[in-house]
Design a protein around this ligand. Structure first.
Ligand code: FAD
Length: 557
C-alpha cells in the first residue's frame, strides 16, 4: 500500500484513466477501472465522500415514490442494485422496514398504496429483503405507539435497506487501491489539459496539504464531481452552453432516539406541502429528512438553515404529536446537494421533488467523460457505464492496454465483506475480533466495530493488542475507540481530524456535543501518527470546530 507521499510521486506516471472526484460515483469508477486492469488515478479535493456522498438519507432503496412519476426503469435498476449491494457489502447494507401510514384523508387510499407495494416487490422480482405486509391500526399502535393514530386506516410495512454512505464510498476507494489505483485526497483538479488538437490529455492538480502542483497525464479523464460538475466542465475545452445540473439541497436533522423512538422507518407527509419525508431509526439516534429546495450557491457552502430545521420538526411533530420536538432537541444537522440532471426544456418548470434521479454519461467534444445525476444506490452501474465509455474512447485512440479483465464488481465483495459469513450470522466473527484484541475488547465493542468495518474490524482490534491505550474511548461514555483513529490514518486515507470524526466514525452526527470534547485528543493522536507539528495540529482541530459551528449556525438565524 502506497503512503501519501509515494502516491503523490506516482502521479508522474502516465494513466489510462484519471478520475476527478472522490464521492461514491468517482470511487465506484476507480474500483471498476482498477479491477479491469486499467492504470487508474483518482483525485479528491477534500476527504472521500465529503461532498454529497456522506450527506444522503443513507438508504439503498428502489425509491417507492418514483413509481408515482412512472419511473419504472429507475426503480427496477435500483432494486436490482439493492440486491447486489446486499451481497457485496452485507455489513454495510442492511434491511430496514418502512411503515407507510395511511389516513382517512390521505392523498392515496390504502388499496392504491398496496397496489404500489405489489409493483415495488414485483419489480425486485420478489427478492426484496422481505415482501411487504399490511398492518392494521391496532398492529400499528403496538409497533409504533408514537405515531399519530387518529384517522389511521392501516399501514403497509415494506422493506428497503439502510447503509453508511461514507463508508460504502470509502470501501470502493480501498478496493480500487488494493487493485492498483492511486487515490489521493486533498488534491484538487485546477485545470484540464488539452493537446494541440484540443483533446483532453490530463489535468493540473494542486496538493492542498503541501501546496505542491503536478501535471497528471491520462488517456481518459472522468468528471465525477457531483454538484461541482458544471464548475469542472467550465475547465474543459468545450463547456456545454447550458449547465447540466439542477442541484437541489436536502437537509436532515438528528435527535436522540429517546425523544423519537422508532421500531421502523416511517414515511411522513409534510402538513404544509404534502411532500414525502422519512423518520429513520439510527441506533441511539433518529434522523428526519429531507428537504428538497433549489440551490444556486457554492456547493462547498451548503448548510441547514433555521427554516429547514423548523420545516423538518413540523413534519415530525405532525406524524408523532406526542414527541413535541423543539429546536434544542436537534443534536446535529447535515445538508447535501443532489446532483440532479437539469430537466429538458419542456419539463423546466417541474417541482424540485419531481426532477428525475436518472443519470447520464456525457462525452464532451474534447473527450472529457462526465457522469451526472444518479443515486447512491445505483453508483455501481453508473460506474460500469462510465468505464465502458472510457474503454471505447481508449480503443478508438488506440491506447487500450491489451489485456483487460472483467471487473466483476457485482460479485466481488467490498473489503469489509471478505470472509463475512454468508448467512450474516457473525457471532463467530465477534470471537475473532475479541481474540485479535488479546481479549482487551468486549463483545459489545466487537459488535460495534463489526457493524462498521465488517471483517476489517479484526485489523482494528489488532491495534489494541499491540497498544492497550487504543482501547480507550474517543469520547468518554461512547463506543468509538482510539484504535479507530489509528486505523483511519494508517489504512483509510484520513488526513484531518474532521475525516475521523465525521466520516470514519459518525461522532459528528451522534454525540450530543458533536465530539467537541474529544477534538484535542484526536488531534494529538493523529499528530503522533502523521508527525504533525503544533501548527498543523491546531489547524486541523480548528477545521473540525468550524465544521461543527457551520452545521450549528442555524441556531443563530
Ligand atoms: P459527491 O459525493 O458530491 O462527490 C463529488 C466529489 O467531487 C466531492 O467529494 C468533491 O469534493 C469532489 N470535487 C469537486 N470538484 C473537484 C475538483 N476540482 N478536484 C477534485 N475533487 C473535486 N441516493 C440514494 O441512493 N439513497 C438515498 O437515500 C439518497 N439520499 C439523498 C439525500 C440527499 C439529501 C441528497 C443530497 C442526496 C441523496 N441521494 C441518495 C443521492 C446520492 O447521495 C448522490 O447521488 C451521490 O452521493 C452523489 O455522489 P457523487 O460521487 O456523484 O457526488
Amino acid at each position: 500500500m502506497l503512503g501519501r507521499e509515494q502516491a503523490w510521486s506516482s502521479l508522474d506516471d502516465r494513466y489510462d484513466v484519471l478520475i476527478v472526484g472522490g464521492g461514491v460515483t468517482g470511487c465506484g469508477i476507480a474500483r471498476d477501472a482498477a479491477r479491469r486492469g486499467l492504470k487508474t488515478a483518482l483525485v479528491e479535493m477534500g476527504d472521500l465522500a465529503s461532498g454529497t456522498s456522506s450527506r444522503s438519507s443513507k438508504l439503498v432503496h428502489g425509491g417507492l415514490r418514483y413509481l408515482e412519476h412512472y419511473e419504472f426503469s429507475l426503480v427496477f435498476e435500483a432494486v436490482s442494485e439493492r440486491r447486489v449491494l446486499r451481497e457485496i457489502a452485507p455489513h454495510l447494507v442492511r434491511p430496514l422496514g418502512f411503515l407507510f401510514p395511511v389516513y382517512k384523508d390521505s392523498r392515496h387510499k390504502l388499496w392504491l398504496i398496496n397496489a404500489g407495494m405489489w409493483l415495488y416487490d414485483g419489480l425486485s422480482l420478489f427478492r426484496s429483503p422481505k415482501v411487504h405486509r399490511n398492518l392494521d391500526p391496532k398492529e400499528v399502535k403496538e409497533e409504533e405507539p408514537g405515531l399519530n393514530q387518529e384517522g389511521l386506516t392501516g399501514a403497509p410495512l415494506y422493506f428497503d435497506c439502510a447503509t453508511d454512505d461514507a463508508r460504502i464510498t470509502l470501501e470502493n476507494a480501498l478496493d480500487a487501491r488494493e487493485h492498483g489505483a492511486t487515490v489521493l485526497t486533498y488534491v484538487r483538479c485546477e485545470k484540464l489539459l488539452h493537446d494541440e488538437r484540443g483533446r483532453i490529455v490530463g489535468a493540473v492538480v494542486n496538493d492542498l496539504l503541501t501546496g505542491d502542483t503536478k501535471t497528471i497525464r491520462a488517456d481518459a479523464v472522468v468528471n465525477a464531481t457531483g454538484p461541482w460538475t458544471d464548475e469542472t466542465l467550465e475547465r474543459s475545452a468545450a463547456p456545454p452552453a447550458n449547465p447540466l445540473l439542477r442541484p437541489t439541497k436536502g437537509v436532515h436533522i438528528v435527535v436522540d432516539s429517546h425523544r423519537l423512538p422508532l421500531t421502523y422507518a416511517v414515511v411522513c407527509f409534510h402538513p404544509e406541502d404534502g411532500r414525502v419525508l422519512f423518520a429513520i431509526p439510527w441506533g441511539e439516534q433518529t434522523y428526519i429528512g429531507t428537504t428538497d429546495t433549489d440551490f444556486n450557491g457554492d456547493p462547498s457552502e451548503v448548510h441547514a438553515t433555521r427554516d429547514d430545521v423548523l420545516y423538518l420538526l413540523a413534519a415530525s411533530n405532525d406524524a408523532f404529536p406526542g414527541a413535541k420536538l423543539v429546536p434544542k432537541d436537534v443534536i446535529a444537522t447535515w445538508a447535501g446537494l443532489r446532483p440532479l440532471m437539469r430537466p429538458m426544456k419542456a419539463d423546466a418548470n417541474v417541482d424540485e421533488s419531481a426532477v428525475s434521479r436518472e443519470h447520464q454519461v456525457v462525452i464532451g467534444r474534447d473527450g472529457l467523460i462526465t457522469i451526472a445525476g444518479g443515486k447512491l444506490t445505483t453508483y455501481r452501474r453508473m460506474a460500469a457505464e462510465v468505464v465502458d465509455t472510457a474503454v471505447k474512447l481508449l480503443r478508438l485512440g488506440d491506447r487500450l492496454p491489451k489485456k483487460l479483465r472483467p471487473a466483476r464488481t457485482d460479485e466481488e465483495p467490498l473489503p469489509g465483506a471478505v470472509g463475512w459469513p454468508e448467512d450474516d450470522e457473525y457471532r463467530q466473527v465477534l470471537r475473532y475480533i475479541v481474540e485479535a484484541s488479546d481479549r482487551r475488547l468486549s463483545t459489545q465493542t466487537a459488535e460495534f466495530l463489526a457493524g462498521m468495518y465488517g471483517m476489517c474490524a479484526v485489523d482494528v482490534a489488532r491495534i489494541v493488542a499491540s497498544d492497550p491505550s487504543a482501547a480507550s474511548p474517543i469520547v468518554e461514555g461512547r463506543m468509538e475507540i482510539m484504535a479507530q483513529v489509528d486505523w483511519a490514518v494508517s489504512s483509510e486515507f484520513a488526513c484531518e481530524v474532521g475525516d475521523v470524526m465525521t466520516r470514519r466514525t459518525q461522532i459528528f452526527f451522534r454525540d450530543a456535543d458533536q465530539g467537541l470534547s474529544a477534538v484535542s485528543r484526536v488531534g494529538a493522536r493523529m499528530a503522533e501518527q502523521l508527525g504533525w507539528d503544533d501548527q498543523r495540529r491546531s489547524a486541523s482541530e480548528a477545521g473540525y470546530r468550524k465544521a461543527v459551528a457551520d452545521a450549528r449556525a442555524w441556531r443563530n438565524d
